[in-house]
Design a protein around this ligand. Structure first.
Ligand code: ZN
Ligand code: ZN
Length: 413
């Protein structure tokens, strides 16, 4: 069912205000699980709507909007920024800094577009509170911190979220990405990959750079490990299965003529299937240990960093969303796409209750940018930011309202 005329007009009329709020969130990003000012701003907005926001998991904010008898639906928006120095050149670009868990200071940017998610979540709350005539039931709004480190959803659940707040029968969420502003993109079934990040400390034996015979060189050993890890996907995984193994950092040594004691690299694994995931993790451990042994080195330290669960969209609910979004945005603007290798902890909210969920993407770029010579910047790029903010926010809002009202909406009377 498309939105009522009154609601659609309300969305259009609110866009200038929503863009201003978005720009303010864009200017003031905070790192994962340190979103204190962001959480305060979200709570202030919700309180201004007459809601009573609650805190879960430190910087998670939850508001329940009750509106008579009807189903209970949850909608989730994530709120954290990334350790990236913004390079968009926008006049509302971020100059914020944050402190990483290891104590280092870093520039912070909303480089994944979670500022659009916050804004859409807040204006969804506003429309639901100001247009109670359009729906009946209960909406649980989840503003989740720490998505980028896979810590936030679990922190809210561990803090008693579903023991405290009314339980939904379905959970919705969405993410901006480098698609066309105005369009949404959704996968039925597996929507996003599982993700596992590991830190490997390669232990060697320190010596003067002129005396390799007295050393076990952790840089050479780490290089062998990293090279051999490339063979997991190409030589140990079936052509029918999908996996990605990326080594994203490699640090060792301070001077060219000193063989260091240790070197450290971090890697990330993406898989869609629990069995494939288990195989890849096993092969990583086997290769890292065996290469160390081949070099006569001490056993390396392999530490898990973070792990994202699967995100599996319920096929029936996804079909209902595709049909409702097609009626609202136009069928040409709703794309059913294959699963992506990105990862999300959104699924944890539904999985914790055993209820279905649907997670989709909405576009953030104008046709001019998408059809240009250079591919547009993707999420996590220092250049990532929607260029047509009003259309981007409008798309997110209409998609969110459509999903929620597909369960709770009343015909215009
Ligand atoms: Zn994100
Ligand atoms: Zn991200």
């Amino acid at each position: 069912m498309p939105l009522t005329t009154r609601l659609r007009t309300a969305v259009t009329d609110s866009l200038a205000e929503a863009v201003a709020d978005y720009q303010q969130f864009h200017r003031t990003p905070e790192l994962s699980m340190a979103e204190t000012q962001t959480a305060a701003a979200i709570a202030e907005f919700l309180t201004g709507l007459g809601l009573a926001p609650q805190t879960f998991g430190g910087t998670g904010v939850v508001a329940v909007i009750e509106n008579g008898d009807g189903p209970v639906v949850a909608y989730r928006a994530d709120t954290d920024g990334l350790p990236i120095a913004e390079d968009t050149g926008l006049d509302y670009a971020s100059h914020a800094e944050g402190t990483l868990p290891d104590g280092t200071t870093t520039p912070v940017m909303h480089g994944c577009g979670h500022d659009t998610h916050i804004t859409v979540g807040l204006y969804l709350a506003r429309f639901l509170t100001e247009h109670r005539e359009a729906w009946a039931g209960t909406v649980v709004l989840l503003f989740q911190p720490g998505e980028e480190t896979a810590a936030g959803a679990q922190a809210m659940l561990d803090d008693g979220l579903w023991e405290t707040v009314v339980n939904p029968e379905v959970v919705y969420g969405q993410h901006v990405w480098p698609g066309r502003a105005g369009d949404v993109y959704v996968s039925s079934g597996t929507a996003m990959a599982m993700s596992d990040s590991l830190r490997v400390t390669v232990r060697g034996k320190q010596a003067h750079g002129s005396q390799p015979e007295n050393a076990i060189d952790p840089i050479v050993l780490g290089a062998f490990m990293i090279t051999r890890l490339q063979s997991i996907v190409s030589r140990e995984i079936s052509g029918r299965d999908t996996a990605v193994v990326t080594v994203g950092t490699f640090h060792g040594g301070l001077k060219e003529n000193i063989i260091p004691e240790t070197a450290v690299f971090t890697l990330n694994i993406r898989t869609f299937d629990e069995d494939v995931r288990a195989v890849v993790l096993d092969r990583v451990h086997r290769i890292v240990r065996a290469e160390a042994e081949a070099s006569g080195a001490p056993e390396p330290l392999i530490e898990p960093m973070h792990s994202f669960p699967r995100c599996v969209n319920d096929p029936d609910r996804t079909a209902a969303f595709v049909s409702a979004a097609g009626a609202e945005l136009g069928e040409d603007h709703v794309h059913v796409v294959p699963a992506v290798t990105g990862s999300e902890d959104f699924g944890a909210f539904g999985d914790a209750l055993g209820v279905p969920y649907v997670y989709w993407f909405f576009g953030g770029y104008s046709p001019a940018v998408l059809d240009g010579d250079e591919p547009p910047a993707g999420n996590h790029s220092p250049h990532f930011a929607p260029d047509d903010v009003p259309t981007t926010l409008e798309t997110g809002l209409r998609a969110a309202l459509t999903a929620v009202l597909s369960d709770l909406g009343k015909a215009e009377g």
